[in-house]
Unconditional design. Structure first.
Length: 442
């Protein structure tokens, strides 16, 4: 028996029993109230779903199964002599709630190597697209093309019992995650490097092999990819890509359809595409100022002119966080450890000093601090990955770890089809009219 699957099935079975007991005894208990701002405002902050793999704290940031990002750096296994956690270890933690041993992570790395064979037709589908097709479009198409290999869909058509839904979803999840670096690297090389592809090196771990197939060598970049793929992996269930994956999965669509839906959400400028907007804004600023080493005063002037034109400062602010994003801080720490006297990194650090006080001074910004997108692009540029339209693909490969781990849990716990109730604006107006006509109690 697969040891990770065995642990997952044991834990999910126990939790499913516990949830049934909770709902039987406390199912009618109210846990939240919804106001009209939330109804019209994208359900912001409404507690309406279960997400086992991570939770976002406004102060401490994201916690994976209770572990903060600084704690993960210490707790998760690493390559010998390395400082950054292996993303394989984070997937294990998210799936079963236990920090894995080095041997367990080695086992998972080998599993993903064995499952990494991408169908030939997926490469043919990608090659049929024009090379100016956005990399996120290519990624969604590639993921959907691999649906032909879905274990869940095949077994469901054969009469799969509900008790085995999570088993088949686990198999699809493991296969899909294993293949993603090869697919994502293929997209990068065909789009920006004349289809000069690089074969995988299966002596390497999952993240390092991805770095190798991108064509950017060096141990430092491999370390950064391990960190990047870890810190972007999940951000609780309410963000757009996580929720989209969950919603599609609730229809019993398999891991491939579900992740493709999540990646379509991630491609939006208000979500994962923001990382490309940050570096574009920095490049525009440097071009406008005519220097790669602007002063803090020059940056402040450009920030104020950006705000005066009615635009936002990309990479700053977050819907939930009220402190600097720990994922930003993790990347800043990495840059301090590995990168010295880089113009683009120094610009990001100066922005970190200049922008929050300006945004605070506006009096309207709840969170003036940088989020994860404010730093990642600068490090990628430093290492030579300058094609910023590709950055969201990197984000997507990482985010698959969390959303697919949760999809396994949703199937194991028997979560139903998601079907919230909608109302029309006329309904709201009539409701308010009726409420306002009711005499107040004395």
């Amino acid at each position: 028996m697969d040891p990770l699957k065995q642990k997952f099935l044991e834990k999910s079975s126990a939790l499913k029993t516990n949830i049934k007991e909770i709902l039987k005894e406390q199912g009618a208990r109210k846990v939240d109230e919804v106001n009209l701002k939330q109804v019209f405002g994208g359900m912001r902050g409404v507690k309406s779903m279960i997400w086992e793999t991570s939770q976002l704290d406004p102060i401490d940031g994201i916690r994976f199964r209770g572990h903060s990002i600084p704690e993960l750096r210490d707790a998760l296994p690493k390559v010998p002599g390395g400082k950054e956690p292996l993303p394989e270890g984070l997937f294990w933690l998210m799936l079963v709630g236990e920090v894995p041993t080095e041997e367990e992570v080695k086992w998972l790395t080998e599993q993903w190597k064995n499952r990494a064979n991408v169908p030939d037709h997926t490469f043919k589908v990608l090659d049929a697209l024009s090379t100016d097709t956005h990399p996120m479009t290519q990624l969604s198409i590639a993921i959907t093309s691999m649906q032909t290999t879905s274990v869940f869909s095949r077994r469901y058509a054969e009469g799969l019992n509900k008790s085995e839904y999570s088993d088949a979803t686990y198999e699809d999840t493991m296969n899909l995650i294993a293949r993603l670096p090869r697919v994502a690297a293929y997209i990068y090389r065909r789009t920006y490097h004349q289809s000069k592809h690089i074969n995988p090196d299966f002596s390497l771990d999952w993240g390092a092999n991805f770095a190798h197939m991108l064509g950017i060598e060096g141990e430092d970049f491999k370390s950064f990819m391990r960190l990047y793929l870890t810190i972007h992996a999940d951000h609780e269930g309410g963000n757009a890509s996580a929720h989209a994956t969950h919603l599609v999965g609730s229809t019993l669509s398999d891991s491939y359809y579900s992740l493709a839906g999540g990646m379509s959400a991630l491609a939006g400028p208000l979500h994962g595409l923001a990382n490309q907007e940050v570096i574009k804004w920095i490049f525009r600023m440097l071009d406008t100022l005519g220097t790669k080493r602007p002063s803090k005063e020059q940056i402040a002037d450009y920030v104020n002119s950006t705000l005066a034109s009615g635009q936002v400062i990309p990479g700053y602010g977050h819907a939930v966080l009220r402190q600097p994003d720990p994922r930003f801080i993790a990347q800043k720490r990495f840059a301090a450890d590995y990168i010295h006297d880089s113009d683009i990194i120094n610009v990001v650090w100066k922005c970190f000093e200049v922008i929050p006080p300006i945004l605070k001074g506006l009096g309207k910004v709840k969170n003036p601090w940088p989020n994860v997108d404010a730093h990642s692009g600068a490090i990628l540029v430093h290492y030579g990955l300058t094609e910023y339209s590709y950055y969201t693909v990197l984000f997507g490969v990482s985010r698959a770890l969390g959303v697919l781990a949760q999809l396994c849990w949703s199937r194991a716990l028997g979560f139903p089809l998601e079907r919230p109730k909608s109302v029309t604006t006329d309904w709201v107006l009539n409701y308010l009219k009726e409420e306002n006509s009711v005499p107040a109690n004395n």
